[in-house]
Structure formats: C-alpha cells, structure tokens
Design a protein around this ligand. Structure first.
Ligand code: HGY
Ligand code: MN
Ligand code: MN
Length: 402
C-alpha cells in the first residue's frame, strides 16, 4: 500500500526540523554541514519519488520529474533549505516538502516537466546577502557579491571553493523565458490568514528589501577615567542610529527597519566601545519609498556620526525591488485555491522569498499557508497538519491542471 503523501510530508518536516548545526536549536546556514545533510536527505526523497536529482556546488538540490510533452517548458517549484538562527521548521522546508508531496499525489504524469529546487541559502544569515541559492540558478553571482565576507572574513567565493559540495556537482542554470514559471508555497509569516479564519491565499507581490552593513569607529578608552564629553563611544553612536531608524519606520508605515545583529569591539564591560558594526534590513512595498528611506537613513546616520566624532561607513550589501506575481500564473493557482478552500484571497508579502530571484526568469506565483499567531523566525513557528494538507491539495490540483 503506497504511503499517504500528506502523512509522509508531515514526518519529513519533523526529520528536516531536526537536521541542525546546533543540537540546542534549529540553524542551517550557507554550506554548513547540516545544510548539506538536509540537501542530501531531500535529494533521497526526490529520488524515491522517481525524480532525477542533481546538485550544485553551492548546495542547491534539484529533482526533475519528466513531462509527457517533450516540447513543454518546465515548471519550477521549490523553496529554501537554509534557516535563520533558532528557527522554526516550516520557513523554507515546508515549500519543498509540500511540493514533493503534491508531485507524489499527481494522479498521472504532468505534461510539463516539473523541476523541484531546494535552494542552499535564502535567509542570508552567514553573509547578510539573500537569495544566494536562487540567484545562482538565474546566472553567476557578480564579483562584488562573491567578495562579500562573512564574520570570519571568508568570502562567498572562498566558501564555495573550500566548503562547496563539489563531488558530482553540476551547474543548475535557467535562461530567462526557459521555464513556464516558478511557484512557491510558504507560510504567511503574518496574521492575516489567522484573523480571516482561512487556511491559504495567493500572493500579489513580494516586498522589496535592502540590506546594509553600518560601521562606526570611535576610540576605545578607559570606562573609569574618560569623562563623558571626551568620549568617542561607537556603541553610543550605534544606539542613537538604531533609535533614529526605529522612529523613522514608526512614522511611515508600512516601512519596516530592523537591526538584527550588532557587534562591538573590544567588548569588555570596562572599555568604551571603539567600534560597532550593525546590520540594517529596510523594507517597503513601494520601490520609490524604499529608495527614499535608504538615502535619508544614510544621511541621518552620517550626521549622528559627525556629531559624535565617529568614523562612518555605510555598505549597501543588497537591494532588491518589489517583485509582482504574474497574474496568469496566479489566477491558475487561485482557481486551485478556490476549488479546495472556497477562498479567492490575495495579499502582498512583507517577507522576501526565492520567488523574487526567480522572477528574473519568468512568471512567479506564491501560495501562503496560515501560521499560528503569524510567528516565524522563531522555534514556536507552527502550521497545522490540516492546513498543510490543504496546501498540498491546492498544489496538486494546480499541477494536475497545468
Ligand atoms: O527575511 C525574509 O523576509 C525571509 O525570511 N528571508
Ligand atoms: Mn525566513
Ligand atoms: Mn522563507
């Protein structure tokens, strides 16, 4: 008796949720040992589903299900294998597992070939970049991106060279207009569906996001003998910048600005911090407003640094415009959504997704699933088995009608 794809999907989510670089919490980052194990594990499941698998040196895994029409362009499905730090087990993994379950649920082979991709890095935890895996299937990463250093100073290029999954690796690449589209299932990571009492919806557009690294350099000095007016306290300057960023974001919703990580030097309780490095994640659904705030924030931070006698460096690590979902592909997904759940809800995504990178190839569409209290990037992230089953049924119906 064939195992039930839904039950299998739920079990696989639990298995993936335990593949971590840290025994005390879920974390899988670019080219980490756990990310490799996750890719190998998903690859084995793809092969068990009759898919031909391959992997890229950067850790992205792909399964191909042939179609019955040799002239048809492939449909791409997928999401990301990596996670944030102390993550939930649904962000990324659910999109891959649910797509595989939908493929396994198809009553007959599809006309279009289906390519299922598990991208190596979307969150950008290690390099503060984002979409590394999905960007790489649309073309080689540019030299500036490849030179981006991690906290240890190792660049992306060096990491791929020294830590990459080179054995048997192939280049996974798609030319623009070489596919009939990319569809991604993902938890909503917000509260709209929960408050509406609906299990799923389609996505209208994915918000643009900018990622910046800010450096402030003052003078490390003695905490006990240095009068306040003589200090060039880098952490004090960072604190002023962070509170200013928060005030700017609160004054212009739906702008959101987040400082997710900060490091200081020397980092002793009796030493005035001589340097501070922190990250900025700035998002707005409108490209013009995002760019306006990026410029204004840099100017504001520069003024704070000058006022405090601090050196200031602003490095725009990445800036992605908003990505609209394709109306025709989204309508096809909407038909499947409505036929399963009766809903025709659509909403914008404040979170970034690999679909942004894949939008450079052709049409994109996304299906959101409800998640409890909208919580995500947190170990208590949760999507119910019933909603996951609904998501798989919607994807299966969509694939069957392709
Ligand atoms: O940060 C995001 O929006 C996504 O989770 N990478
Ligand atoms: Mn995420
Ligand atoms: Mn995600």
């Amino acid at each position: 008796m064939m195992p039930d794809p839904i039950q299998t999907a739920l079990e696989r989510l639990e298995i993936l949720g335990r593949i971590s670089d840290d025994p005390s919490r879920l974390v899988r980052t670019f080219l980490s040992p756990a990310n490799r194990v996750a890719a190998e594990t998903v690859g084995a499941w793809m092969e068990a589903a009759g898919m031909e698998t391959s992997h890229a040196a950067d850790g992205t895994i792909r399964g191909i299900l042939p179609g019955t029409d040799p002239t048809a362009k492939p449909l791409l499905l997928g999401s990301h294998l990596d996670t944030v730090i102390d993550a939930g087990k649904y962000d990324g993994a659910l999109g891959i597992i649910a797509a595989l379950a939908a493929i396994e649920s198809l009553p007959e082979p599809p006309a279009h070939p289906i390519h299922l991709l598990g991208f190596s890095d979307e969150e950008g935890v290690r390099f503060h970049t984002t979409y590394l895996g999905s960007r790489s299937v649309t073309g080689p990463l540019d030299a500036e991106t490849l030179a981006t250093p991690d906290a240890s100073g190792r660049s992306i290029a060096e990491a791929i060279e020294k830590e990459g999954w080179h054995e048997g690796a192939t280049t996974i690449h798609y030319e623009p207009r070489s596919t009939c589209g990319y569809v991604e299932l993902h938890i909503e990571q917000g509260r709209v569906l929960e408050e509406a009492g609906e299990p799923a919806c389609v996505v209208s557009a994915i918000s643009g996001q900018a990622r910046v690294t800010v450096s402030l350099d003052g003078l490390a000095d003695h905490a006990g003998t240095t009068p306040m007016p003589l200090r060039r306290d880098a952490l004090g300057g960072a604190a002023a910048c962070i509170l200013e960023a928060e005030a700017i974001a609160c004054a212009d919703p739906p702008l959101v600005i987040t400082v997710g990580s900060i490091s200081i030097h020397p980092g002793a309780s009796n030493c005035i911090p001589g340097s501070a490095r922190f990250t900025i994640d700035l998002r707005h659904p409108g490209d013009e407003r995002r760019l306006h705030h990026l410029t204004a924030l840099e100017e504001k931070f520069a003024a704070i640094a000058t006022e405090r006698g601090l050196g200031f460096h602003w490095k725009l690590v990445q800036d992605d415009p908003s990505a609209p979902c394709d109306p025709a592909l989204t309508d096809a997904l909407l038909e499947a959504l409505e036929s399963v759940s009766g809903s025709r809800r659509s909403m914008p995504s404040g979170a970034g997704h690999d679909a942004v990178a894949l939008s450079k190839l052709g049409p994109i569409a996304m299906l959101f699933l409800r998640c409890r209290e909208g919580l995500s990037h947190h170990p208590d992230e949760f999507a119910s088995p019933e909603d996951i089953a609904t998501g798989i049924h919607i994807l299966t119906r969509f694939l069957a009608r392709l």
